[in-house]
Ligand binder design. Structure first.
Ligand SMILES: [Zn+2]
Ligand SMILES: [Zn+2]
Ligand SMILES: [Zn+2]
Length: 326
């Protein structure tokens, strides 16, 4: 595996071969009997039978060992695919989806995400830790068994860089967080709110990229998902996530979920140097859910302009009307 950067858009691209993974239940590598035979990174609960178990990815995109150094190839930049790639097995049961978990079970998955991000961020080589979940064949899920994935990379993904620079500009101008401002505005208007649990909001963003796009935001400012404040009450976030996923599954056969948190500040070199003074004030963690509906436009990958046939105000109204309990 090798990472190459497009010098014009500054996107990093992973290049390399990967085998296709098997799909049948008997061959599922995430079954407890198979997991017992290998090295695990973390299990939860730590005593008794586990519900959540973290493993090294069997076919990692990134490897912990090797030379991380950037190499110039003429005008181009490339580097080894150094990083970590882990699988979070969310339940021992092959057929149980996250939308069918209890709030306590979802909270346990959130706790594991938090623990892995915090741990991987201790490695000064890593600039960013991503947590994501692809559910459904059209989302490119690797196994049907409920799981999420964690990658730690020596670069900051492009979309995060965009968010960081916009949030930074907004803060420089107004001395306010753009995400906090978004929550206040959505609260006032109400029409794009899907659900609220305590101080956690689920909204369809104003410029939704795909039908039924949903962001989960906490009303209280915090740039780090992995450092919940004492009053964070993640049980409410777990309840909201369960309610939102049960609605999403009624309108879409598949979705992507991604946690966006601030990058690591341990590395002072490279693309975001000089940025860090106001990071804690201007960035704000959140979760993005991008459902995949069958009629989705396929043109995005060529033009990189989203076409969404569903107004977010109407999507939010539809989602609100669906039963979040079953
Ligand atoms: Zn399985
Ligand atoms: Zn904020
Ligand atoms: Zn985001």
């Amino acid at each position: 595996m090798e990472l190459r950067r497009d010098p014009i858009t500054q996107s990093w691209v992973i290049l390399g071969q990967r085998d296709t993974l098997s799909e049948s239940a008997e061959e599922c590598p995430l079954e407890p009997a198979k997991i017992e035979k290998q090295r695990t990174i973390l299990t939860r609960p730590s005593e008794g039978p586990w519900q959540v178990c973290v493993l090294p990815h069997p076919q990692p995109l990134y490897h912990v060992e090797g030379e991380p150094g950037r190499l110039a190839e003429g005008m181009y930049d490339k580097m080894g695919a150094i990083g970590a790639h882990e699988v979070v097995v969310e339940t021992p049961l092959h057929d149980k989806r996250m939308s069918q978990f209890s709030d306590e079970e979802i909270e346990r998955v959130l706790w594991v995400w938090v623990a892995r991000i915090a741990d991987l961020k201790k490695d000064p080589r890593f600039k960013y830790v991503s947590v994501f979940k692809n559910q459904g064949a059209s989302a490119g899920e690797e196994w049907t068994h409920a799981h999420s994935q964690i990658t730690a990379t020596i670069f900051v993904p492009r979309r995060i860089k965009y968010e960081l620079s916009s949030a930074h500009e907004w803060f420089k101008d107004k001395e306010r967080c753009i995400f906090c401002d978004t929550v206040r505005q959505e609260e006032k208007q109400g029409k794009r709110i899907v659900d609220v649990q305590g101080d956690y909001y689920a909204i369809c963003p104003y410029a939704s990229r795909v039908p039924y796009e949903i962001w989960l935001l906490h009303r209280r400012h915090n740039h780090l998902f992995e450092q919940p404040r004492p009053a964070a009450n993640r049980k409410q976030l777990a309840a909201l996530l369960g309610r939102v996923l049960r609605r999403v599954e009624k309108v879409a056969p598949a979705f992507h979920l991604v946690v966006h948190t601030a990058p690591s500040t341990k590395s002072k070199k490279g693309e975001l140097a000089g940025y860090w003074k106001t990071l804690a004030e201007d960035y704000h963690w959140h979760i993005e859910i991008l459902p995949i509906v069958e009629r989705r436009s396929k043109s995005y990958s060529i033009k990189e302009v989203y076409f969404n046939g569903e107004l977010p105000e109407e999507a939010a109204a539809q989602l609100r009307a669906l039963d979040p309990n079953s």
